[in-house]
Design a protein around this ligand. Structure first.
Ligand code: RFL
Ligand code: PHB
Length: 385
């Protein structure tokens, strides 16, 4: 099989790229190692920046998001026994975010791609990559097969094969692991509040998010290596009561998982005819809600570069892809790191460190400049021209 752009991975990055290319008349093949049901049910992010909302609309995938997504204009910070609201529009010149789950984004993009897009192959695992020749070997329907392309895009997430296909001497990795994890639950219970609550507490961080008017998504900071079985539902609700400083309405817990946290960047995001996009190139801790949004920004930049190349023969934007993305990626890495450090309690944290956190939170609550720094980053930095 031959195509113009071979895309490995049908997460948000791969699916959105395929749509943007399809709408510009550029053919692609998407291969995904898991089955459709698995990809559509995988619980992950829930907050879309304005630029992501715009990219989904531009891809023709905005209809259900515009109907069912919940626009949010702020978040609540809780610390030292009080609550402070950060108002996004007044601090950012009118920007906000959209609460619309990654599962729904993925479902919308898959439905469109299967209805009128190029091939989208499930249970098709890329097993090898020839970067110079742009050849992908993959296993599908029990057979080893080969895809040749003009360009290959690794949208295969942190555990994919694309990043490893770049020779070690040609890439640099920057990484940090954090000394805590998140225990995340999905519950059939109305949201705790009409906006997200990010809570600092000496017992650890807590976050109250939502998926719909009847489904809550809630997180607790827990030690690394925590077994979810040690957290029966009652214990989770009791701990949320204490850390959030209010009593969420309780309901059946339908999913429970422990998520480790890391920051990771691989540079450059291109080698020969291979491009890396999304989690394949970078990971951030979820505190700033940036992972999915960075993936969407990468492929918006890449789609524009591929369209320019196809229309004019110029590879100028493709050559600039890695530098263009990395500037914005590092801003998000820094923001996610800062917000994580501000709100979590390290094992054995000193009273001094806790006072510094509280004083920074106080600064955000009292200085429009400090609050604007948070609001601008949270709602998303602009995409490069
Ligand atoms: P994805 O979504 O990981 O998609 C990669 C896809 O590639 C497939 N794949 C392969 N396919 C073919 N051949 C191979 N050899 C392959 N190897 C892998 C995988 O099956 C998968 O379908 O990456 P993408 O598209 O870059 O999107 C990135 C986002 O998914 C990610 O940044 C966020 O979900 C991160 N993240 C969160 N971000 C937030 O902003 N808020 C959150 O609450 C949040 N929760 C999470 C998360 C990431 C998690 N992971 C990766 C452990 C919770 C979890 C559990
Ligand atoms: C979520 O709804 O899953 C979510 C929201 C905000 C975050 C992280 C996760 O910062």
């Amino acid at each position: 099989m031959h195509t113009t752009v071979g895309i490995i991975g049908a997460g948000p990055a791969g699916l959105l790229l395929a749509r943007l290319l399809h709408n510009a008349g550029i053919d692609s093949v998407v291969m995904e190692r898991r089955d459709r049901g698995y990809v559509e049910q995988r619980q992950r992010a829930g907050i879309l920046e304005q630029a992501t909302v715009d990219a989904l609309r531009a891809a023709g995938a905005g209809a259900r998001m515009d109907r069912d997504g919940i626009p949010h204009h702020g978040i609540e910070l809780r610390f030292g026994g009080r609550a402070h609201r950060v108002d996004f529009p007044s601090l950012t010149g009118g920007r906000g975010v959209m609460v619309y789950a990654q599962t729904e984004v993925v479902k919308d993009l898959i439905a469109l791609q299967l209805a009128d897009g190029g091939p989208l192959l499930f249970e098709a695992e890329a097993t090898g990559l020839d970067v110079d020749g742009a050849v992908v070997r993959y296993r599908h329907e029990g057979r080893e097969q080969t895809l040749t392309c003009e360009y290959v895009v690794g949208c295969d997430g942190f555990h994919g094969i694309a990043r490893g296909a770049v020779p070690e001497g040609a890439r640099t990795t920057y990484e940090r692991t954090y000394p805590y994890s998140w225990l995340g639950i999905l519950a059939e219970a109305p949201p705790v509040h009409d906006e997200l609550i990010y809570a600092h507490s000496e017992r650890g961080f807590a976050l109250a998010s939502m998926r719909s008017p009847s489904v809550s998504r809630l997180y607790l900071q827990v030690p690394n290596g925590t077994d979810p079985a040690d957290w029966p539902d009652e214990r989770i609700w009791d701990e949320l009561d204490v850390r959030l400083g209010r009593r969420p309405e309780r309901g059946p817990v339908t999913a429970k998982a422990v998520l480790p946290m890391r920051s990771h960047v691989t540079e450059p995001m291109r080698h020969g005819r291979l491009f890396l996009a999304g989690d394949a190139a970078h990971i951030v801790p979820p505190t700033g809600a940036k992972g999915l949004n960075l993936a969407a920004a990468d492929v918006a930049v890449l789609a524009r570069a591929l369209i320019r190349w196809r229309e004019t023969g110029s590879a100028e934007l493709l050559d600039a892809y890695s530098d263009t993305c990395l500037r914005r990626v590092w801003q998000a890495v820094h923001f996610s790191y800062s917000m994580t450090a501000l709100l979590h309690t390290e094992p054995g944290q000193s009273a001094f460190a806790t006072r510094l956190q509280l004083s920074q939170l106080e600064r955000i609550a009292t200085s429009p400049h400090a609050a604007a720094e948070l609001a601008e980053n949270y709602t998303g930095l602009p995409l490069p021209d």
